[in-house]
Design a protein. Structure first.
Length: 219
């Protein structure tokens, strides 16, 4: 999941490649661990709201809505950061109200995945877990950005919250230089969250027919 630090890389080739690869590798492992933990939790738990019932279905529809917001929001953010110069500190559009808007929309996507299980608890747990994981990653990125941009980045941090959003700081530009390839990649990455829906539906069915044990019942 690409965010501010990905486009604000050091100019030196070797250092840039090493730093970027390390961040990408760390994020991939974090996401794999988070996904495995989420699947493990769903395998041994079930919603207290019967599948097909009003409450269960309402939670699932909220989840689908959050996933759609996630995909659209990530594409919106990529319009601003995807085509900008790599050495530029992007502070316009969504980056004027949050320093990491791509992550914020990813949190919503994680919540949408949790909601697919028809449980309010899993909705919040997946969002909180995603937040906790990326808060650690963001702190590493901020150290890099502070060293690269110095006073400009410190002023940006003082004005705009890490996640936010702080709507009072909103400002925009007339035009942006967008990369269609990066926008499509962002949409594709966000759409991957939807793959959790058939997986969770299949697990719910296995709980219903007794193939999988239910150790926890969650509201």
């Amino acid at each position: 999941m690409k965010d501010q630090a990905f486009d604000q890389q050091p100019a030196s080739g070797a250092a840039t490649g090493s730093w970027l690869q390390d961040i990408q590798r760390r994020r991939k492992w974090v996401l794999r661990i988070l996904a495995a933990a989420a699947v493990g939790g769903v395998l041994v738990s079930d919603s207290m709201w019967p599948s097909g019932g009003l409450v269960h279905e309402a939670i699932e529809y909220v989840g689908i809505g959050l996933l759609l917001v996630c995909v659209a929001g990530r594409a919106w953010c990529t319009l601003y950061i995807g085509g900008r110069k790599k050495a530029e500190l992007v502070q316009d559009g969504p980056y004027s109200i949050s320093r990491n808007p791509l992550y914020v929309f990813s949190f919503l996507g994680a919540a949408g995945v949790g909601a697919a299980a028809g449980s309010v608890v899993t909705t919040f747990l997946t969002a909180i877990a995603c937040y906790a994981v990326f808060a650690v990653v963001v702190s590493k990125e901020e150290t890099f950005l502070a060293a690269k941009f110095g006073r400009a980045y410190r002023d940006y941090c003082a004005r705009v919250p890490r996640f936010g959003p702080r709507l009072s700081t909103w400002h925009d530009v007339e035009t942006v230089e967008a990369s269609p390839r990066l926008v499509l990649t962002s949409v594709f990455d966000g759409a991957l969250f939807f793959l959790a829906i058939p997986l969770i539906e299949g697990i719910e069915y296995l709980h219903q027919i007794g193939t999988l044990p239910t150790l926890f019942v969650l509201p």
